[in-house]
Design a protein around this ligand. Structure first.
Ligand SMILES: Nc1ncnc2c1ncn2[C@@H]1O[C@H](COP(=O)(O)OP(=O)(O)OP(=O)(O)O)[C@@H](O)[C@H]1O
Ligand SMILES: [Mg+2]
Length: 282
C-alpha cells in the first residue's frame, strides 16, 4: 500500500510519518495506486462549450454553475476525479468549495452543467434515485461528524448498512470490525459525547466507508480538531479510502490536510484556478 509521500510540492508541511495501519476494510480489495488522470484541465477554463464528460473518471463534472439569488457560487467548474484518487479542494471562505462538493454529491442540483458518477449523469436521476446514490455509492464525513448523539458508536456505524438492508447482526459485526481496525476497540458502546473529537471523526470515517462507497466526500473533516489529531484523522481517511478503492474529495482550508491528497484543486470566486498533482511542479 502506498503511503503519503513526504515531499509536498506546494510547500505544505509534510504529514506526520504514517505508521502502518491494520488493513481496515473488511471485504475491501486493496488496489493499486490511482491511475494517472488522462485529462488535466488547463485553467482558467477555456471559453466555449465544456468538453464531454470523461467516461473513465469516477466523477466527472462539466460546466457547473450554481447561483443563490444574486450570488454566483459556482461560475463554470469542470472537474474529473479518477477512481481511487484523492483530491483536496481549497480556497478562501465563500469561494464555492462546499457548493461544489454538494453539487458533486447530488445534494444540490446545479443551475447548469452536469455531474456524472462512473459515466452516469446524476441529472438523469430523480430525487429518490439521487438519494439512493448518496446512500449506496457515496460516503460523507463532515466537520462535526454529525453522528447521532443518542446512539453508541457501534450503532452509528451499523446504521449505514442497515439502511441498505443488511441485518442488524451482520451490520453490527461489520461495524465492530471497522471500529477495531480504526483503533476504537473497547469504545463501541460509547456515545459520541463520550468520545474525543478525533475518536468521533474515526467513527464518522468508519460510518462513511462501511457501505463500500465509490466516492467519499469530506467537508472540513479536521476543522474542529487540533493539528496532530487532524493529521491522524487524515491519515486514516486517506488510507482507508485508498484501501477500499474509493475516490476522496476533501474540502479544507488546511494545507497540511491537503498534503495527504494526490491532488489539490484551488477554487476562487466559483472557478478552478489551479489544479496541482502531488509530485508535479507547483
Ligand atoms: N444556501 C445558500 N443561500 C445563499 N447563498 C449561499 C448558500 N450557500 C452558499 N451561498 C453563498 O455561495 C457562496 C459560496 O459558498 P460556499 O458555502 O460554497 O463557500 P465555501 O468556499 O465553502 O466557504 P467556507 O470556506 O466559508 O465554508 C458564498 O458567497 C455563500 O454565501
Ligand atoms: Mg464551506
Amino acid at each position: 500500500m502506498s503511503q503519503p509521500t513526504p515531499a509536498q510540492p506546494w510547500g505544505a508541511p509534510a504529514p506526520a510519518p504514517a505508521a502502518p495501519h491494520p488493513a481496515p476494510a473488511p471485504g475491501a480489495a486493496p488496489q493499486a495506486g490511482p491511475a494517472p488522470h488522462p485529462h488535466p484541465h488547463p485553467h482558467p477554463a477555456p471559453p466555449g462549450p465544456p468538453a464531454p464528460a470523461d467516461p473513465s473518471a469516477r466523477l466527472s463534472a462539466r460546466g457547473l454553475v450554481k447561483r443563490f439569488g444574486p450570488t454566483t457560487a459556482l461560475a463554470g467548474v469542470d472537474l474529473d476525479v479518477a477512481p481511487g484518487e484523492s483530491v483536496a479542494v481549497m480556497g478562501p471562505s465563500g469561494s464555492g468549495k462546499s457548493t461544489l462538493l454538494h453539487c458533486l454529491a447530488g445534494i444540490l442540483v446545479p443551475d447548469t452543467g452536469s455531474v456524472a458518477l462512473s459515466g452516469r449523469p446524476l441529472q438523469d436521476l430523480d430525487e429518490r434515485q439521487r438519494s439512493l446514490v448518496r446512500r449506496r455509492q457515496y460516503g460523507f464525513v463532515f466537520q462535526f461528524g454529525q453522528l447521532l448523539a443518542e446512539l453508541p458508536a457501534i450503532e452509528n456505524v451499523a446504521l449505514a448498512p442497515m439502511l441498505l438492508g443488511t441485518s442488524r447482526k451482520e451490520a453490527t459485526d461489520l461495524a465492530g470490525r471497522w471500529l477495531a481496525s480504526l483503533g476504537l476497540a473497547g469504545m463501541e458502546q460509547r456515545r459520541p459525547g463520550e468520545l474525543s473529537g478525533g475518536q468521533a471523526q474515526r467513527v464518522a470515517v468508519a460510518r462513511a466507508l462501511i457501505t463500500g462507497p465509490e466516492v467519499v466526500f469530506a467537508d472540513e473533516p479536521t476543522g474542529a480538531l487540533d493539528q496532530a489529531t487532524g493529521q491522524d484523522v487524515m491519515r486514516i481517511l486517506t488510507e482507508t479510502t485508498r484501501l477500499a478503492g474509493a475516490s476522496l474529495v476533501v474540502v479544507t482550508h488546511d494545507a497540511g490536510v491537503a498534503a495527504w491528497c494526490d491532488r489539490r484543486v484551488e477554487v476562487r470566486d466559483g472557478r478552478v484556478v489551479a489544479d496541482v498533482r502531488r509530485g508535479a511542479a507547483a
